[in-house]
Ligand binder design. Structure first.
Ligand SMILES: [Zn+2]
Length: 382
């Protein structure tokens, strides 16, 4: 039955083609998509078709722990134990001056030229202390959008990011470049519209008038500013591992986002909306949409204490800070079962079985591609 044998070989070849073609198409599409993103180069934006968030390249496309995210009942693990956020004495001091910049994407405030400061914070599960570097804002054109993080799909009019880098590093740049997922700690604060001005925001709003148009230079202003006054009273918070929310979206951030929104008046909001980039276009809706939380743990703490960090040399009578939340908590969550993540998985053997299926599928895909290449080569050689 030689002819039948040949037919079988052709059928097998056709089947392999059928099986591998989708993967080849997928790979080519992926490469093309990446090239489109790369073609955008360093230029990125929020609201224009050719440079908005869907075109951002690098880790923004390929990352697995991207930010911002949507905090939902389903993706959040509630922790009822009390945790502390500690700020050093200088963090609560009133700064006599600050620097402000309109970089075309946001309004950024820092305390010194070199994006560092003496403001330090730490807390349970941070594993080390973090130095304040800069703060900046994201805002919307409408009261129900503008924040980067959202809660059950609902956005806020604006979100403030207080950016800190780990004291293990000498600079923000070094911390961003290390690929350490705890390199940065960013505190996120939601704003909601209020009939009254937020006095803590007034110094920044006053200074925005000096940087209405994008400028490379920082402008130094002699206006008193209390960074810690920008925090909400209730520090109930979400915490998760994520990324920078702007290119190159490095996955180096332990995020802390507070549930309680702080006020912003319409006049204060308008000051942000009146800023413009170098081309005179309004800076507006400068937020990235929520990213996937698949395979990520998001924790919510509703008992958070704000404390002062002990000064150097001061005896710390407090119990030691807890660290490695994600390692210990994740272990306990995993050991309990993965039922909250995967409703189909009813016991350990099921999840073990799906691992076997996944391995078999991956092996099959690789084998198919290998055979396809082999068959193509053999046909060419003939
Ligand atoms: Zn930000």
């Amino acid at each position: 039955m030689p002819s039948q044998g040949k037919g079988n070989r052709l059928d097998a070849s056709a089947m392999m083609m059928r099986l591998t073609l989708p993967y080849i198409v997928f790979t080519l599409t992926f490469i093309c998509a990446k090239n489109v993103a790369n073609a955008a180069g360093d230029h990125w934006c929020y609201t224009e078709d050719n440079c908005d968030a869907s075109t951002w390249g690098g880790e923004c496309q390929t990352g697995k722990q991207q930010s911002p995210i949507d905090f939902t009942q389903k993706n959040t693990i509630q922790q009822n134990n009390q945790v502390r956020l500690r700020f050093n004495r200088k963090y609560s001091d009133i700064q006599d001056h600050f620097m402000i910049k309109n970089n075309g994407h946001t309004i950024q405030v820092q305390l010194e030229d070199d994006i560092t400061s003496d403001l330090v914070m730490d807390g349970d599960y941070f594993k080390g202390s973090y130095r304040f570097s800069q703060l900046h804002f994201h805002w919307g054109s409408h009261p129900d959008k503008g924040s980067e993080h959202v809660v059950d799909g609902n956005g806020y009019v604006a979100e403030l990011h207080l950016v800190h880098y780990s004291n293990d590093y000498k600079s923000l740049k070094e911390a961003v470049g290390t690929k350490n997922r705890r390199g940065l700690a960013v505190l996120g604060i939601f704003f909601q519209l209020s009939s009254e001005d937020n006095p803590a925001l007034d110094p920044i709003v006053e200074a925005i008038s000096k940087v209405k148009r994008q400028e490379d230079n920082l402008v130094s202003v002699q206006i008193p500013l209390n960074v810690s006054a920008l925090l909400p009273n209730d520090l109930s918070l979400w915490r998760y591992y994520g990324s920078l929310t702007t290119p190159s979206c490095n996955e180096v951030v332990v995020w802390t986002v507070f549930k309680q929104a702080v006020p912003i008046s319409r006049a204060q909001w308008k000051a942000f909306k009146d800023s413009a980039d170098s081309g005179g276009r309004s800076i507006i809706d400068n937020y990235r949409p929520p990213q996937s939380t698949i395979n990520r743990k998001v924790y919510f703490f509703n008992h958070v204490l704000r404390e002062r960090m002990p000064d150097a040399g001061e005896l710390d009578r407090n119990p030691p800070l807890a660290d490695a939340l994600y390692d210990t908590a994740q272990k306990s969550v995993n050991s309990k079962s993965s039922s909250s993540d995967d409703k189909n998985s009813q016991n350990g053997s099921n999840s073990g079985r799906s691992d076997v299926y996944n391995s078999a599928l991956t092996g099959f895909i690789f084998l198919s591609i290998f055979l396809q290449v082999l068959i193509t080569t053999v046909l060419k050689c003939r």
